[in-house]
Design a protein around this ligand. Structure first.
Ligand SMILES: Nc1ncnc2c1ncn2[C@@H]1O[C@H](COP(=O)(O)OP(=O)(O)OP(=O)(O)O)[C@@H](O)[C@H]1O
Length: 363
């Protein structure tokens, strides 16, 4: 189980990932622009951890998750999963990498083929990627059904015979069939009844412990992400604006957008509710095909400065493990910069001492 980013191994490394969808208009379908759904995001995911990815609808979360799994041909950037660089691998050559990385989709109703039995749905990846015998596959499917809490008696039934929560369990069993290391969970509970959501989240947590799984957990439900994630990345209009360990992000958000998002989460305790500072964002999210000049958030930011309207802030580590893209933190020296500066000063004083102590030289 994941406990500490300092000693952990990186399973997923994403650098400057871009996914732009071309816009074609007019009679001749000319390329007139791009929807910059993901526009230069970088993050790592450590083995065994859950990285939460949050943000308003349309900010690019799902596109980011799908792009990391190479369900798209990405526009730019590099992606390394389990030591394999997959960013520029042709789709036909990705087949061998697929077992390592899987996806659990938001809407189990839409993601399961209604004409296939549960047995056939869970077995499909085994048919494609393994040479197991028919009997072995059948046994494996039944074992997977046990693992996700589905009654194996119902393996011959069709998806419509199951409830929403059970259908999501079928989707999870299918994702587990090839023993993946990394799973992108794209809003896996958003389509479920509130009473069922916790059960599915608990199942994902149990499976993570049992199989050492690593998750990218996409959600707009900040309370659920707080419960399940180890670290949290906040997206706004195609970019990650802040990434931090869960507790630090919720206790002391740095980016004005994160502050606004968190202040919109309902607080059940009336005393705390009255004490809370609320930031109400005004204006609409700009179009990802025409983002504003400078910082993407400058049109809605309550703390906007002149520089924000001119220059896109750099995404940088401003405190150990805390990344933020905001001009308000530009004068903060990062831990990497502090280390580099103190190493440079150590080298300087060492070389001064050596110069002074040269044998035979008078000082
Ligand atoms: N295939 C596509 N072609 C063109 N534009 C797309 C495509 N897929 C997504 N987009 C656009 O990219 C932007 C980001 O969409 P995405 O679904 O990734 O956001 P999201 O944060 O996951 O939203 P939600 O929470 O509503 O699912 C949106 O403006 C969306 O319309």
């Amino acid at each position: 189980m994941f406990d500490d980013t300092k000693s952990a191994t990186k399973l997923v490394e994403v650098n400057n990932l871009k996914m732009h969808f071309p816009i074609h208009t007019g009679l001749f379908r000319r390329h007139t622009g791009d929807v910059k759904a993901v526009d230069g995001v970088s993050f790592d995911i450590f083995e065994g951890e859950t990285l939460g990815l949050v943000g308003e609808s349309g900010c690019g979360k799902s596109t980011c998750g799908r792009a990391v799994l190479r369900l798209y041909d990405i526009t730019d950037g590099s992606i390394v999963v389990d030591g394999d660089s997959i960013g520029d691998v042709a789709q036909k050559d990705l087949r061998g990498k697929r077992p390592t990385m899987q996806m659990v989709f938001q809407d189990p109703q839409a993601s399961l083929n209604p004409r296939m039995t549960v047995q056939a749905i869970i077995q499909e990846p085994l048919d494609e990627h393994t040479s197991l015998s028919k009997e072995e596959k059948r046994e494996k499917v039944l074992a997977l059904m046990d693992q996700v809490g589905l009654n194996r008696k119902f393996s011959g039934r069709y998806p419509h015979a199951f409830s929403g929560g059970q259908r999501q369990r079928i989707g999870i069993a299918r994702a587990l069939a090839l023993n993946p290391k990394f799973i992108v969970c794209d809003e896996p509970i958003a389509a479920l009844d509130v009473s069922i959501q916790a059960q599915v989240v608990n199942l994902l947590e149990d499976l993570q412990k049992e199989f050492g799984l690593t998750y990218l957990f996409i959600s707009h439900d900040l309370s659920m992400v707080r419960h399940i994630a180890t670290r949290v990345a906040v997206m706004y209009l195609g970019k990650i604006v802040e990434l931090a360990p869960r507790e630090e992000l919720y206790a002391e958000p740095l980016h004005p957008y994160t502050k606004a998002l968190l202040s919109a989460v309902p607080e059940p305790d009336p005393e705390l509710h009255d004490k809370m500072e609320r930031t109400i964002l005004t204006g609409d999210v700009p179009s990802p095909s025409n983002p504003p000049k400078g910082c993407n958030f400058c049109t809605r930011c309550p703390a906007v400065m002149d520089i924000c309207k001119q220059i896109d802030p750099e995404y940088r580590e401003v405190l150990p493990g805390r990344f933020v893209a905001c001009h308000h933190y530009n004068d903060v020296t990062t831990s990497a910069e502090q280390t580099a500066a103190s190493e440079a000063s150590d080298r300087q004083s060492l070389s001064n001492t050596n110069t002074k102590n040269q044998p035979g030289e008078s000082s």
